[in-house]
Design a protein. Structure first.
Length: 284
């Protein structure tokens, strides 16, 4: 398994593979601290492509809090061992200087899909994501790129970017992998104390409460479903709600029809750790 640490080295590897055969390349972009959710992305890429590249880069452009960036876990040796065990062909772990040299000043500016939900509390976050993902795509030149559905707004924005900028890359979304108690796997879970980890189960419980209420009352008022879920969150003293919304899955905005599925999306703080999650809700 090769480890490539600059866009130039990554591109040379990718071009070398392509001229020698009709090899297809699948990219799994990550910020490291790999868990079973990432391994599901690697498996999805391996099913579709001959070679899998995993990128590991904690992207400073997408963090709006320096403490979150500084505290982001970076267990590189463990990440490399997991990728080796999965037969990953190459790791793209660019140095910060090779990604963002001193005179770097061009960004990919996402459209209105970036404004609601995560965009409210994390201004500039998605601009950082689309910029780094475009750079990763240019360096790796993948045929396919795989992202998790836990970051549902990120996935929608990347699909939009690829369509809008004519990038010849197929984007695959993979379902969220959960712990046995339902908590979505996330690199940030490592930062939860045992007490906060126990409290964090309220995230999937609140989503499940909205799903159960929707099943019990077909075509229920989305606001009633939302209030029901928020009651569950408010009952957990360690949880600080940032948002819980029911949106149209395609626009990520308030639904305009009174039938069709809804997407429940939430961001909840546990001390200084912010967790996000979502569930599709039947609504007809
Ligand atoms: O989802 C992530 O881990 C990151 O946002 C990504 C896509 C690797 C870009 O830095």
């Amino acid at each position: 398994m090769l480890i490539l640490d600059s866009p130039t080295a990554m591109r040379a590897w990718s071009q070398g593979r392509r001229t020698s055969s009709r090899t297809t390349i699948g990219l799994v972009p990550t910020m490291g601290a790999l868990h079973d959710g990432h391994l599901a992305l690697i498996d999805a890429a391996a099913q579709r492509c001959d070679l899998v590249v995993v990128s590991i880069f904690v992207n400073p452009l997408q963090f709006n809090r320096t403490d979150d960036f500084d505290l982001y876990p970076r267990p590189l040796d463990d990440d490399l061992a997991q990728c080796r065990a999965r037969d990953v062909a190459a790791i793209y772990a660019p140095t910060p200087d090779s990604m963002y040299p001193r005179d770097f000043e061009t960004n990919v500016c996402p459209g209105s899909l970036a404004d609601p939900l995560e965009g409210v509390g994390r201004p500039g976050h998605f601009r950082g994501v689309t910029t780094v993902v475009a750079k990763l795509f240019n360096a790796v030149a993948p045929d396919v790129a795989v992202f998790g559905r836990k970051d549902v707004q990120q996935l929608s924005l990347i699909e939009r970017m690829v369509a809008d900028l004519d990038m010849p890359i197929e984007i695959i979304g993979v379902d969220t992998v959960r712990e046995p108690d339902g908590l979505a796997m996330s690199s940030r879970n490592r930062r939860l104390t045992p007490e906060l980890r126990a409290a964090a189960v309220v995230v999937p419980r609140a989503l499940e409460a909205a799903v159960a209420a929707a099943r019990a009352r077909p075509r229920a008022d989305p606001e009633a479903l939302r209030r029901h879920a928020i009651e569950v969150i408010d009952a957990e003293p360690h949880a600080r709600l940032e948002y819980f919304e029911l949106v149209d899955p395609s626009t990520l905005r308030e639904p305009t029809r009174d039938d069709g599925p809804l997407l429940a999306v939430t961001a909840i703080w546990f001390d200084d750790v912010r967790l996000i999650d979502n569930r599709l809700i039947p609504h007809s």
